[in-house]
Design a protein around this ligand. Sequence first.
Ligand code: UT7
Length: 326
Amino acid sequence: MRSLIVGTGSYAPSRILTNAELEKMVDTTDQWIVERTGIRERHIAAPEEATSDLAYHAATRALEQARLDPKDVEMIVVGTVTPDMPFPSAAAVLQGRLGNKKAFAFDVSAACAGSLYALSIADRYVASGAVKNALVLGADTLTRITDWTDRNTCILFGDGAGAVVLRPTDDPRRGIQSLHLHTDGATWPILHQPGGGSRHPISQKLIDDHSHFVKMNGREVFKIAVRALEDSSLEALAANGMTTGDVDFVIAHQANKRILDATLDRLEIPASKCWMNLEKYGNTSAASVPTTLDEANRAGWFKPGSSILVMAIGGGMAWGAGIIRW
Ligand code: UT7
């Protein structure tokens, strides 16, 4: 058995922050941001909106498309590094808000690769027959841990959530064919949130030092990202006896247009096959892949059997790629 995506949904908060507004907050320009990243604007969660709220809207849209009653979901996995609170999980809060009592629910922490990690876990449950209806999300409010005085990072991030519903299929030519995950824990310092955990618990000093915000060595992340996305994509293709020419569509984590252009170039996949939306959302971390998938799906890109190469990378460093047949 394989797990088939039978519904997708996404949600972006209504408040839009433009590059022009950022020009007034830090020493940057619209031109620099567009040329170096491809981002023009991003959505910011309202003060009363937390990650599970964004997830709730994405989930209800995906469930509606799948024609599945929220009460019948048996498993909820949320990829996130910005849960509503350290515990319980955003998935547990979401389960309660959906009025669901059946599903076991938990979060997966793999930063921007979170939704691929979550999808991989749910895939194992559904394809094995252990679970019939799984709800998988990527949801993050990265702007809550963004340092608005740091121009290296604050221009990049936005908030959002994306969701997919998985059900089993007997047709081996459809569904998730394989997902390949990797981690290089030695590289964690290049992208992390130092404060607020067990190593550096919340303190006034930590807040004064801005240690509760994301820290990033962008150049290092960039270099590792291109290589890792290329390697894992080739691994996923080889595992399915495919070459890059067999790829109908690419759904990739939207971190930086230059990272994606370089990766597609190395793979010799035309950019026209890759759905792009970072122009309007920025980097939404774990929300990026399922949001992108939802937009392409609702635009009518996919036909039954279409081959989709998915890829993502984030803090950890954690990354992965895979092949999905629609
Ligand atoms: O999901 C994974 C999450 N993270 C990423 O994907 C990030 C990956 N990295 C990147 O996207 C890029 O490295 C950035 C967009 C973050 C930076 O672009 P870059 O081309 O690597 O620039 P850089 O860091 O090499 O900086 C070039 C210059 C520097 O000035 P100097 O030292 O050459 O004088 C920076 O200080 O650009 C400066 N700079 C800026 N200038 C205007 C850095 N940020 C800004 C800014 N506006 N916002």
